[in-house]
Design a binder for this molecule. Structure first.
Ligand SMILES: [Zn+2]
Length: 127
């Protein structure tokens, strides 16, 4: 690889990372809003007419909302973690080996914490 290509790659990466970070900040705001909405709608259900729907349906709905809330909270945790790495100036670096995470991987998953090699190794050890 020529040196010129390397420099072009680095600049590209910074631009792309910046765009991904912007997406993450935006996503964080959206997640917080969604969680806030779920929180209030849940509380307003305290005076929900029990005759309006049969209880099993209500329970199922609450279960769905709870599952959604949990997945939003998980996602928010991931986004927060990624943004924390941004503030520590190590966004896009693998938390295991410190190598740069491939930009393609970050584009597919902006909250990626490990490089492909470490993620694959971790997955393998769980099996
Ligand atoms: Zn790694």
């Amino acid at each position: 690889m020529k040196l010129d290509d390397n420099i072009a790659c680095m600049v590209d990466r910074q631009v792309l990372e910046r765009a991904l970070i912007d997406t993450l900040i935006e996503e964080r705001t959206q997640l917080e809003e969604q969680l806030k909405e779920l929180g209030t709608s849940d509380r307003s259900k305290g005076d929900f007419d029990p005759n309006f729907a049969d209880s099993s349906q209500v329970t199922a709905e609450r279960g769905e909302i709870e599952a959604l809330r949990l997945s939003l909270q998980e996602r928010l945790k991931d986004v927060d973690h990624a943004l924390k790495k941004v503030s520590q100036d190590n966004y896009g670096l693998c938390e295991t080996c410190g190598a740069e995470i491939a930009i393609e991987r970050l584009e597919a998953m902006p909250t990626a914490r490990y490089c492909m090699t470490c993620a694959t190794a971790a997955k393998g050890s769980h099996r």
